[in-house]
Write a protein that binds this ligand. Structure first.
Ligand code: AHR
Length: 863
């Protein structure tokens, strides 16, 4: 093990030298060489290069990694590059086109200045041929356009002409002689078809260096504390001297810490949304899970019991057209019943009241009664009541049940007292004790856990959920407000079902209840770039003829949230019980979108319409799913061009990345839009999330506070996960029906949320050991909260040795003799960990000991 660590260390140093040597000394550096471009055997890997001095002896570049990957369609089944063809164009750009699949009459194109950074991809359609295979390109000097040739499955040859790789003209069949072929080359590994280019050595040199730098970064990312015994062998306790001068204070965002809520991992239905009945609307559908779970049908979670009882699903004359299906309980004798098993059972608390409601009608003429019971497995009855039912229109009935026991696995039984046919829909059971006692409200313990973070904003409803799987699955806020039976439930992109009982009204209400700004995210007129339901990825946006209506929905959202009660949408909000405006300030447009022309066109429409109708709204743009790459660059370009105030960045990464990238925003261009780090989380390779990854988040957050003049918001992701129903790991808060488990990441978020400020006091730092790896693992962040006048000092020590923190404060007058000291410390592998909070003498702000691997916060009142 030690030898491996040593080797990693040596390689690390070598790579640092490779990547950062100011001028590599190249003996007999060639002027020009041959560069061969070709596609990887595995089409998901993408574009490859090799170089040769003589066209015979080829050297592979990039260790098998692709320099350009296809973004078309959903990952897995698509995102493949077949037979790439590269040329150096008349515009002095490299152009690559490739075939995407065996079925469609389209191809892909991307351009690059250096073969490393590729611009956005386009997917132009052709009209001739069965499909588009084995392309070739050349530039036609006379026509001043590109000639693209290809074959199809029938072996015919075709050509189109294009100036921009967006529109194709003059599609036609051509003879085999006019087809532009690739050439075969014997690489060390195999014979491959591609293109040979004569290039300056610098082109190859850059490709090699780009690959080496990528390697270097990958190694840095893999750093964990397991290597500390080697990395810090013989390290003595460190002395860290900090100087903080209040005169250098700068204003920072007071909305830095927020939360991102997405209905993922049963976060809403079965989670934060306190409804206890699963599939209350009988709308679960096999398609929610693409048919992979045969039990996921309209009757999921429901069973019937009793002699001569049957239970069917019908859709004639539903409660509401948005809620098409309902159950019909047919009983030939008294006592037949329909039973719901809840989400992993129904948890009840002794003495607690539960609000029950349903829509019902007898399908045979007459009147009758329905017994509603909370039952156990052994004939136990924990509570019961009787409601009247009758033929005629649907009737909404309500009742209250009080539980006589505390149990975790109760069921709800609806027992027909008389024989006949009873139609039933929207069966609901809510604890009375929801967060802040709201009807149709939220689970109190979970909501309180979230509120304890003291988030300044809530981003919702996703994530991927916001832009949906395919255009029909885009989250439309208007479908999520109003009476529950009129809301439009739909498939959840995370392969389950959204009742949308937790809809926009409830999200806004929750924000108000916890004192957080609502940050709704709307799709940018495109669905998820990995969409596989009803189309290929994000290549089709909402058709332009429907965009006006879509844009109007977004404008209406502002009126619904902020308009007075006399406006159309303000009135609807008031009717729902909130006459006062919600004071919406932000709207996120887009989420991790593929930045294509289709995206830009629609995004621009939405942004311009919002600017015009509601210049007061702060629009948050999007920059892809990573901290680098095409979508990141292009997303930022679009946002900067449109002068979007804030851009949403996402990066899930390894703890080593967060430790090694604390300078990510230090040299950030302050004239550009501000940043919302909307989704991030660290993991330790092979271990997932634990105290070690949380410490790397804590240290990274010191750098966000340092840069909170430009990083105005941040939120860890994902927030919630129900045990046994988790599609994404790690998450910040785990729960089951009765318990909430707080992770180390939660504690870090909570400590930052509860200890944030609106002024940053820069600190100069001198460490007794100036090793780079040491410097990166000791961090300080000093902020002041102008309301409380508290000075808050955050200190992170990610070293295996103690650090003595000696801080000299200038122009600060502390008050009192005591401070509050909070220390988060434990085993690095701990998943759950609690901070220790205690009073400490005032002198500790000047001299305190930071235990190995710890996060300390000192909070002191000032004058
Ligand atoms: O947080 C989980 C998912 O991660 C989000 O839905 C999406 O935006 C990102 O890919």
């Amino acid at each position: 093990m030690n030898r491996i660590l040593k080797l990693v260390g040596i390689l690390h140093v070598l790579l640092i030298q490779c990547a950062f040597a100011s001028k590599p000394v190249l003996v007999d550096q060639p002027d020009s060489v041959y560069l061969f471009s070709y596609g990887a055997n595995n089409p998901s890997v993408g574009l490859q290069f090799a170089w040769s001095p003589d066209k015979k002896n080829w050297n592979l570049i990039g260790g098998g990694n692709g320099f350009l990957r296809s973004d078309y369609g959903p990952g897995g089944s698509q995102k493949k590059m077949f037979n790439p063809f590269v040329i150096f164009g008349a515009d002095k750009m490299w152009h690559c086109i490739w075939s995407l699949n065996a079925t469609e009459q389209i191809y892909a194109h991307a351009a690059s200045e250096n073969l490393i950074d590729w611009n956005r991809q386009s997917y132009p359609a052709v009209s001739k041929g069965q499909n588009f295979l084995r392309p070739g390109i050349k530039f036609d000097l006379n026509q001043k356009n590109y000639l693209v040739t290809y074959t199809d499955a029938k072996g015919k040859f075709f050509a189109v002409e294009t100036k921009d790789f967006k529109r194709n003209d003059r599609g036609r069949e051509i003879s085999a002689e006019d087809y532009i072929p690739s050439v075969d080359v014997n690489l060390p590994s195999s014979k491959v078809s591609g293109q040979i280019h004569r290039v300056k050595w610098a082109v190859v040199d850059r490709l090699i260096k780009a690959y080496e730098l990528r390697n270097f970064k990958n190694i840095a990312k893999e750093e964990t504390t397991q290597q500390d015994a080697y990395r810090f062998a013989g390290l003595k306790p460190i002395e860290a001297k900090f100087t903080v001068n209040a005169e250098n204070a700068k204003p920072i965002s007071n909305t830095l810490i927020g939360i991102f809520f997405e209905d993922l991992n049963y976060a809403a239905d079965g989670g934060l949304y306190a409804e206890l009945i699963q599939n209350r609307d009988f709308e679960y559908d096999l398609h929610d899970k693409f048919g992979s779970d045969k039990s996921w049908t309209r009757s999921h979670s429901w069973t019937s019991a009793g002699v001569g009882v049957s239970f069917t699903i019908d859709s004639i004359a539903p409660v509401h057209p948005n809620n098409l299906h309902y159950a019909v309980l047919k009983t030939s004798a008294n006592g037949g019943s329909l039973i719901n098993s809840g989400f992993d059972g129904i948890a009840l608390k002794k003495g607690e009241k539960y609000n029950f409601s349903l829509f019902a009608k007898l399908l045979d003429k007459g009147k009758g009664n329905l017994k509603v019971r909370l039952i156990g497995n052994n004939g136990d009855v924990f509570g019961e009541t009787i409601i009247a039912v009758a033929s005629g229109p649907w009737r909404n009935s309500k009742a209250v049940l009080t539980s006589n026991a505390t149990v975790t696995d109760a069921k709800l039984e609806l027992q027909a007292i008389q024989a006949g046919r009873l139609a039933i829909d929207m069966v609901s059971l809510f604890p009375r004790d929801t967060y802040k006692g709201r009807t149709n409200g939220l689970r109190a313990d979970l909501a309180k856990t979230i509120a304890d973070i003291h988030p300044r904003f809530v981003r919702f409803p996703g994530g991927c959920l916001a832009h949906g799987d395919g255009l029909n699955n885009i989250y439309r806020w208007k479908n999520t407000i109003g009476p529950l039976e009129a809301r439009k439930p739909q498939r959840n992109i995370w392969h389950y079902h959204q009742s949308v009982g937790l809809g926009y009204f409830e999200y806004f209400q929750f924000c108000e209840d916890i004192g957080a700004e609502p940050v709704p995210v709307v799709a940018a007129g495109v669905s998820c770039q990995n969409s596989r339901d009803g189309g290929n990825g994000q290549q089709g946006g909402i058709p332009m003829e429907q965009m006006d209506e879509y844009v109007q929905d977004i404008i209406d959202l502002v009126e619904w949230a902020n308009g007075d009660v006399n406006t159309k949408w303000g009135k609807i909000r008031a009717q729902a019980g909130h006459p006062k405006p919600f004071n919406l300030k932000y709207i996120g447009v887009g989420n991790e979108d593929l930045i294509t022309d289709i995206f830009e066109e629609r995004f621009t429409m939405i942004v311009n319409a919002l600017k015009k109708a509601h210049p007061e709204i702060i629009v948050i743009g999007t920059a892809g799913p990573s901290f680098e790459g095409t979508d990141y660059r292009e997303g930022w370009d679009v946002a900067s061009r449109l002068k979007i105030p804030i851009v949403d960045e996402h990066y899930y990464n390894k703890a080593g990345w967060f430790i090694n990238n604390q300078d990510f925003y230090d040299s950030y261009d302050r004239s550009k839009p501000k940043v919302y780090l909307g989704e991030y989380a660290a993991t330790v390779p092979g271990q997932g999330a634990n105290f070690e990854s949380a410490l790397s988040e804590a240290i990274y957050l010191t750098s966000l506070e340092r840069n909170a003049d430009v990083v105005s918001m941040s939120s860890y992701a994902p927030l919630l996960a129900k045990e046994g129903h988790t599609q994404w790991n790690p998450d910040m808060i785990y729960f089951n029906n009765t318990e909430v488990r707080l992770t180390a990441a939660y504690q870090v978020q909570k400590l930052y949320g509860q200890n944030s400020g609106d002024q940053y006091l820069p600190a100069s730092v001198t460490l007794s050991n100036s090793q780079d790896a040491v410097k990166k693992r000791v961090a300080i962040s000093v902020v002041r909260d102008s309301k409380s006048k508290d000075l808050i000092i955050k200190l992170v020590n990610l070293l295996p040795v103690a650090v003595k923190a000696l801080t000299d404060f200038k122009n600060i007058t502390p008050l009192g003799e005591k401070i509050t000291k909070t220390v988060l410390q434990g085993q690095l592998t701990d998943k759950n960990i609690l901070p220790a909070v205690a009073e400490a003498p005032l002198a500790e702000i000047n001299s305190t000991e930071l235990p190995p691997y710890s996060f300390t916060i000192l909070r002191v009142k000032t004058k």
